[in-house]
Design a protein around this ligand. Sequence first.
Ligand SMILES: [Ca+2]
Length: 220
Amino acid sequence: MTNCLYVSEPSFSVLFPRHSIEDYVEVDDPDLPELSAFSICAWAKFVKNGDGTILSYAVPTEDNEIAIWCYTTKVRFSLKDGWTTTYNSLLSDGFWHSICLTWSNVDGNLTVYKDNVMTDQASGVATGKNIFGGGRWVLGQDQDSVGGGFAIKDAFQGELAEVNVWGRVLTKQEIAWFSTDCQRRMNGDVKSWPEFRTGLRREVRAVDEPSCTKCKFEVS
Ligand SMILES: [Ca+2]
């Protein structure tokens, strides 16, 4: 199987060139309402055997409101700091991978997809609770306070692209579109990838990708 990041119109990836707590992407979201469901999808290319945080969403009362970390042989998720899991699903092999996380408070179903394959599922995760609004999104670092408290062990090195957040659970078909379909560009309604471009810090830089109708990043 070929894993690709398909780009159907001009887009960009974001390069984290070194392992440093000074490099990250941050976007404040003061108007974000509470969320009773969400989906987060991203493309990530870790340096080989690298660790780090893909995404961290923090509010004043909870720094791990949403967090996605990757370590060499496991991935961890936090939702309202009340639930984390690990599983053996290698992301840090130096190649591009898509990862999607969906959650709803109705039954607390949380589902994880890697490269369009469901790799983990749990129920009863923060059932009946909402994700607090008005927080801050950070890519590449784990917030231990809003916009700060970064630790080198959680710093990301590599490239990220197409990080999007939706206020609902994506269907399996939409996950497949995000992960494999060249012709469908999917922007999140809560946070879309172009919005993150405004928040590049220090050595993080955007790498423009031209319009294309083929696989941009062939990995295997
Ligand atoms: Ca944290």
